[in-house]
Write a protein that binds this ligand. Structure first.
Ligand code: NDP
Length: 233
């Protein structure tokens, strides 16, 4: 059955792979983008998740053109790395505002329709870093850990309405976000994975596909690691 899907940050990287996966299986996908044009072959809506009005307008546009969102993939995210002692409040809150509060805004915008429909899938792209932390990423790790708490709380609030809320936590995935991670730092990270390689955006999309499926209806408040068997202890 074809579903209506909204993917935030679906114009590139993991979000784009997720959007293409849904489109390939016949779902109606809309991606958010901040630039002028959406990716080839995909419907797009301009949206900055830091701006509450922009989020409301984007979700309203999807509702008007296609109908209510049934599956939300909250994927938009940024990094602003720096060691804690030198990290300004602005650098901390910008990442929280985008990665965590942005996810809250989009969830609020789609949730009433899901409650009415008594069906919905909320999928949040967190990170291995949200579980284990990383030097220079206190802001990012806090935002990603917060997403897990957000997802698990939403799952408990709306579970009885047939809505599931789950998290996918990727490890090192080759995208623009990680393109400047090279040399010994990259080798160290890869050395801590069982598979000894970085993951692909498509491999994250595969976990999202499972969580979005009709027959994943008894999976909620879960966190699926897609990290190549990273050491988390
Ligand atoms: P990219 O940097 O390639 O893509 C990030 C996406 O988020 C872009 O589409 C970007 O849009 C969008 N975005 C950023 N800020 C906003 C905003 N304010 N409003 C709307 N959209 C925004 O990163 P990835 O694809 O690698 O990351 C996707 C998600 O996966 C992120 O949440 C990231 O934290 C997470 N993740 C990534 C990992 C990795 O190793 N790559 C590992 C673990 C988690 P625009 O093009 O306009 O900038």
């Amino acid at each position: 059955m074809s579903r209506r899907v909204l993917v935030t940050g679906g114009n590139r990287g993991i979000g784009l792979a997720v959007a293409r996966m849904f489109a390939d299986q016949g779902d109606k996908v809309v991606v958010t983008h901040r630039g002028d044009t959406p990716p080839d072959g995909l419907d797009g809506v301009r949206c900055d998740v830091r701006d509450p009005d922009s989020v409301e307008e984007a979700v309203e546009r999807v509702r008007r053109d296609h109908g209510p969102v049934e599956i939300l993939v909250s994927n938009a995210g940024i990094t602003r790395d720096g060691l804690l002692l030198g990290m300004s409040d602005a650098e901390f809150t910008e990442v929280l505002d985008t990665n965590l509060v942005g996810a809250l805004r989009v969830t609020r915008a789609v949730l009433t329709d899901m409650v009415r429909a008594r069906w919905g899938r909320l999928i949040y792209v967190s990170s291995l870093t949200g579980l284990v932390g990383a030097p220079g990423q206190a802001n990012y790790a806090a935002s990603k850990a917060g997403l897990i708490g957000l997802a698990h709380s939403v799952a408990r609030e709306v579970g009885k309405r047939g809505i599931t809320a789950n998290v996918v936590s990727p490890g090192l995935i080759d995208t623009d976000m990680t393109s400047d991670l090279a040399g010994p730092r990259r080798e160290t990270l890869l050395g801590r994975t069982a598979l000894g390689r970085a993951g692909t955006a498509a491999e994250v999309a595969a976990a999202v596909r499972f969580l979005a499926a009709d027959d994943a209806g008894y999976v909620t408040a879960a966190n699926i690691p897609v990290n190549g068997g990273a050491e988390v202890g």
